[in-house]
Ligand binder design. Structure first.
Ligand SMILES: Cc1cc2nc3c(=O)[nH]c(=O)nc-3n(C[C@H](O)[C@H](O)[C@H](O)COP(=O)(O)O)c2cc1C
Length: 171
């Protein structure tokens, strides 16, 4: 069955390690006849959450008009959500955290989504998955399908690339 897939890549290094895995997932998902959108947060200028609570209305919209509204709409529509981050100080990177904060209008309205997590690190994820999983756990009935971690250069790891491609294909 064709699914709606959204891939959110948060590394500043477009074409870097986590982003390369994102692209493999996208390639697989497209070959598997799914509808796929990918966003590089690096390419979207967006502000931090202001904690104003103005999004806590039935419209679930942030008052800040800075390019994230489309991403949040696509997340609500999606069947499959992929979050990708480089590991910084054993945590998700600041860009992904800032994005999660801006998901305040929808974080607990996301429902029945399947999740994939992609991380890239020099040596280890540390405890980074905890924060990402905590965010996912606020959604309704989430299913974690897989975590893919690349240590070092992604492009020189064909087996991992194949695994991620196949996950996208079969998603
Ligand atoms: C600010 C910063 C902090 C980092 N902290 C860690 C870390 O705690 N653990 C680790 O294994 N690698 C760490 N790294 C290395 C990156 O995770 C690694 O280079 C990764 O492959 C980058 O992924 P990307 O190509 O997807 O951006 C850090 C890199 C930067 C720039």
């Amino acid at each position: 069955m064709s699914k709606k897939v959204i891939v959110i890549s948060s590394s500043p290094r477009i074409g870097g390690n986590s982003d390369t895995l994102c692209d493999e997932f996208v390639r697989g998902a497209l070959d598997g006849d799914n509808a796929v959108v990918k966003y590089n947060l690096e390419e979207i200028r967006f502000h931090a959450c202001k904690a104003c609570m103005k999004c806590k209305t039935p419209e679930m919209k942030c008052f800040q008009e800075d390019g994230l509204a489309e991403v949040l709409d696509k997340m609500m529509e999606a069947d499959v959500i992929v979050y990708a981050t480089p590991i910084y100080y054993y945590s998700m990177c600041g860009t992904l955290k800032r994005f999660f904060d801006r998901c305040y209008p929808i974080f607990n309205h996301l429902e029945d989504k399947e999740y994939y997590i992609i991380t890239s690190a020099g040596s280890s994820n540390g405890n980074a998955l905890i924060g990402i999983r905590d965010f996912i756990s606020f959604s309704k009935n989430p299913t974690e399908k897989a975590v893919f971690t690349v240590i070092g250069d992604a492009k020189s790891q064909p087996e991992l690339l194949k695994e991620v491609y196949e996950a996208g294909f079969d998603c």
